[in-house]
Design a binder for this molecule. Sequence first.
Ligand code: AMP
Length: 551
Amino acid sequence: MLSTMQDVPLTVTRILRHGMTIHAKSRIVTWTGGGEPRRRTFAQAGGRAVQLAAALRGELGVTDDERVATLMWNNAEHVEAYLAVPAMGAILHTLNLRLPSEQLIYIANHAEDRVIIVDGSLLPLLAPLLPHLPTVEHVVVSGPGDRSVLEEADAQVHDYEELLAGQSPDFDAFDWPDLDERAAAAMCYTSGTTGDPKGVVFSHRSIYLHSMQANTTEALGLTERDLTLVVVPQFHVNAWGVPHATFMVGANMLMPDRFLQPAPLADMIERERPTHAAAVPTIWQGLLAEVTERPRDLSSMARVTIGGSACPPALMEAYDKLGVRLLHAWGMTETSPLGTTSDPPGGIAAEDEWPYRITQGRFPIGIEARLAGPDGSILPWDSASAGELEVRGPWVARAYYGGSDGKELAPEDKFSEDGWLRTGDVGVISPDGYLTLTDRAKDVIKSGGEWISSVGLENALMGHPAVAEAAVVAVPDDKWGERPLATVVLKAGAAVGYPELRDFLASRVAKWQVPERWATVASVPKTSVGKFDKKVIRRQYANGELDVTRL
Ligand code: AMP
């Protein structure tokens, strides 16, 4: 029997119309450095998204599923593009402005971007790439910047505000296409630490469902009374879905634009008083050092969503003392990204929450999970059996974008035959469904037939009062095959000997796991999205570039 219910496509167009009408007064605040921030209501930003859609179609001739790329910071204009491009039926392609040129060129060509919307401040980055981007016909420049660098460009250059000025902001004035909810809406390439970056293509439906999940109280739980500081870049998995989720519920957004250093972040938090924020651990480490040196009031941020790499428990404790609760979340580009959030279970006392908070969290209804052992067998959820995490669900990728021939790349090693995504993350799951990750599969340290969790050693080390950051990698060892090398960044003005750190670790992890090799570094190398770049550390070690002490 068929149901008697209406079949309404779940599209970004609905999110746009809903946000700009029902939550018309909600705001996007964009930081401008010194002066007054740019403040724009959802009604205004939505109206401008309508104008952008009309200009892209009417002036630039964007049709069907052509790719409109963005090379932008987090700001109101980027949100406008987020909504306008998918709603008009085209595909938003967010370019990661921190990638090396050759990767950006590869990605833009692979996606065959036809238009690039660029912040004026990023023109020096874009201009030298353009001669290598034959598919790009139009460059739309938003905000101040030296446009003379585009004089030689083959592409037509437009001014964002001028394009919008010629169009009506009235939602009903534009002829929106009837979209299939399964059609592509946006794409994002994985950061690609090995091999070429791979394109994940989100559908209207996956974005809509993911946003609904993000808005549950177990996830971000934002409402119209919130102001969320969106530090996670809009080019990193759709800023973890925050801009779409906020347009659904009217939560206000504070966008840092290019002012991502700890000092301006502390200033904007103290002045604008966000209630929530989202960013990777590196950002919170930097901010902690900043406010330790020059205190600012961060206490408005009752909740902070932290993920992208493991959150050290010591960081949570430090922020607890500042009245800021860090909520651990796990995800990846392929999972849109929200895969787990660490909301402790009901019915337990506040002092019993800690063991749950330091896990990566629980799976929401949209994510089914299983752990696969080395032989492919499915492991029990007993908090002890470690295996590779596999997931599936309506906002999980089933393949990668294969380029214009339309072929999907589904490398054997990433998608199982029965349709699960192999995450490459290794961990355990508790009987009540809380995930604890111990490593990336490629970062596990295999010592004498046993596995050592690099994340476990890092978390323990970052609990030492003198240690700001610690990254542990596997290095070759004649006797054991591999052993851990600990690289540490000391806090400003702190001094500590390796024997003390070794003894500190020995009291927290099994003795045989304690590293013999130690090095102090000025900073841990980071990827384009702020994760520890262990590939670089391993290379530095192999090339003898680290000053290693052996205990
Ligand atoms: P990306 O696609 O760039 O977002 O990277 C996804 C990867 O980041 C995951 O597969 C994990 O290895 C890592 N990751 C994300 N969140 C966490 C977390 N909370 N704890 C540990 N690793 C994480």
